[in-house]
Design a binder for this molecule. Structure first.
Ligand SMILES: [Zn+2]
Length: 102
């Protein structure tokens, strides 16, 4: 059986690549006069979310390299694997996330 962390790493790497490509493409569009057909606000929102995704996945991959992946950044409890499978870049366990977002 494959280590679940390996699967998560693969999915994070794919996500990172996709988000990076997307960000590059959106950046090119933002410099075009037509903005690729997007209005300014939509494009700005898409760029912001692609940038966030790049930073979230890069952060998770860095924590994996450091060996701290999978533990909550606030209380250091283990984050449930089911949660990581849904949200591989999760930084907090569920109770801390709830506290975080209020
Ligand atoms: Zn926590």
């Amino acid at each position: 059986m494959q280590d679940p962390i390996d699967l998560l790493r693969t999915s994070l790497e794919e996500q990172f690549q996709r988000s990076t490509d997307q960000l590059a493409e959106l950046t090119v569009r933002s410099r075009q006069r037509s903005r690729g057909g997007y209005d300014h606000d939509t494009l700005a929102a898409l760029i912001a979310s692609a940038r966030q995704a790049v930073s979230d996945t890069a952060h998770a991959l860095r924590r994996m390299a450091e060996g701290s992946y999978g533990s909550c950044e606030r209380c250091t409890a283990d984050i449930a694997l089911q949660r990581l499978e849904i949200l591989p870049h999760a930084r907090f366990c569920v109770p801390c996330q709830r506290r975080q977002t209020g």
